[in-house]
Ligand binder design. Structure first.
Ligand SMILES: [Zn+2]
Length: 317
């Protein structure tokens, strides 16, 4: 599919399920999903504020009126997934914002979210990639509990809370296609790192809410659910979720172990680069991996470091 076509219609991955490239950072880095059924639509994940025109153009490209969008559902409130929520809601008169209950206050008042993200990424990055954050009126928000079902036309999307990457993470299981729209609950990858049933996924675990036990429980739950495919926010579709879950878990366990011995976050990041390279597909170089997964490796080293220090502080009490 050509780049132009990608921008106007997205990539159909199942009937009524479309992957949209939000354009965040670079092509094929962060996706949003559009579900269409009986003239109704839902948008899962929003990208950043700059992604809003792309998503609206994808709606138009699929013949969907803005008034026909019933739901906007960020998988969690990290800004590459929810940064565009306020802008989208302003453009979609009939949409409700569905969000994890712990994420809801941050959508109404993004001030704390903004200061946390500025502290982590720095002001220059925030101003370039994320500013400004638009609040969503509380009357337009619905908190989505675990086990709820969002019904779109006749199509059922099961809400599954999938903590580990963040507490406020949820995923949606599309019963019609047996695709789990996972957000960041099931790793991240990019085109060129293995394809089809063997994508190279990295368990990205940023600060401050990474929780390895919750991450393991989420992987176990996804295994039990047995989706036919997984559609992560970053980026290739996963055709063999069970094998992918095994590799994600092995990589996570290794990283948790390394985090006990590393002396600095930088050292831990280097160990992730070198250690995770054993899972790289044969035709992928470690140096390219280090470059293309740069932000993920840094975030994960910080997330593991932050979690490990918290464990040590609690043990010392
Ligand atoms: Zn995230």
């Amino acid at each position: 599919m050509s780049a132009v076509a990608m921008e106007t219609t997205g990539e159909t991955i199942a009937p009524g399920l479309i992957q949209i490239d939000t354009g965040y950072l670079r092509a094929a880095h962060t996706a949003a999903y559009l579900v269409i059924e009986d003239g109704h639509a839902a948008i899962i994940d929003t990208g950043v504020g700059h992604s809003v025109p792309r998503i609206l153009s994808c709606l138009a490209g699929n013949g969907i009126d803005r008034g026909a969008v019933d739901w906007v559902i960020p998988s969690h409130v990290h800004l590459d997934h929810a940064g565009g929520a306020g802008g989208l809601m302003a453009a979609l008169p009939n949409a409700r914002l569905g969000v994890h209950p712990s994420g809801e206050p941050h959508m109404v008042d993004p001030t704390r979210l903004e200061s946390g993200v500025r502290a982590l990424y720095g002001d220059a990055f925030f101003d370039r990639e994320y500013a400004p954050l638009t609040p969503v009126p509380p009357t337009r928000i619905t908190a989505l509990d675990d086990g709820e079902t969002v019904v779109l036309g006749g199509r059922r999307l099961q809400v599954i809370h999938t903590p580990g990457h963040a507490w406020h993470q949820l995923s949606l299981f599309d019963e019609a296609s047996s695709v789990l729209i996972a957000g960041d609950a099931f790793g991240a990858s990019y085109p060129g790192y293995g394809e089809g049933d063997r994508p190279f996924l990295v368990p990205v675990v940023p600060p401050p809410q990474f929780d390895p036990d919750a991450y393991r429980a989420t992987l176990a739950r996804i295994r039990t659910l047995q989706p036919r495919r997984v559609a992560p926010a970053h980026f290739p579709i996963i055709d063999a979720p069970l094998a992918a879950a095994d590799r994600l878990q092995a990589m996570l366990e290794a990283a948790v172990e390394w985090s006990a011995d590393a002396q600095t976050p930088d050292e831990l990041q280097q160990w992730l680069v070198e250690g995770w390279a054993q899972w790289l597909p044969a035709d992928c170089e470690q140096r390219a991996f280090e470059r293309d997964f740069d932000l993920d490796l840094w975030l994960t080293a910080e997330g593991l470091w932050h979690w490990r220090r918290k464990q040590q502080r609690q043990a010392a009490r």
